[in-house]
Design a protein around this ligand. Structure first.
Ligand SMILES: [Zn+2]
Length: 131
């Protein structure tokens, strides 16, 4: 059962890295992502990020910013404090999919993912296993 929205946001605002999300490869680009369960029993792929420098809600436009706690993930509402650390929905920055909106943070992350995917392809073609 997912906690109520206010408690969920409060907990994730204090400790945005509480999530214990399983790893999952994106079926479109093959990059490593994290799999969050949604309240409606669906799933969402989330970006991994540097734990010392998580993206913030002010950088990532809704509806592509998420909070995660345990195995659950939930979209952050428009009213969230822009300083809140957040997770980015992978499909918004997947190099195999079009950008949903042209926005600097999403464009930069998608560019980074394009490089990650290219490097993974190069390693694969050279017969070197991924880390
Ligand atoms: Zn992808």
């Amino acid at each position: 059962m997912i906690p109520d929205v206010a408690a969920f946001q409060a907990s994730t605002a204090r400790t945005p890295l509480l999530a214990h999300l399983p790893h999952s490869k994106c079926p479109s680009c093959g990059l490593e992502t994290l799999l969050g369960m949604t309240a409606d029993s669906g799933t969402v792929l989330l970006e991994t990020f540097d734990p010392l420098a998580p993206p913030t809600a002010g950088e990532i436009p809704p509806p592509h910013r998420w909070a995660a706690n345990g195995h659950f993930a939930q979209q952050l509402p428009d009213s969230v404090d822009p300083r809140t650390a957040c997770w980015i929905e992978h499909t918004a920055v997947c190099p195999a999919l079009p950008l949903p909106i042209d926005q600097p943070a999403l464009r930069a992350r998608r560019h980074l993912n394009t490089e990650r995917a290219r490097q993974a392809r190069d390693l694969h073609e050279a017969g070197i296993p991924e880390e």
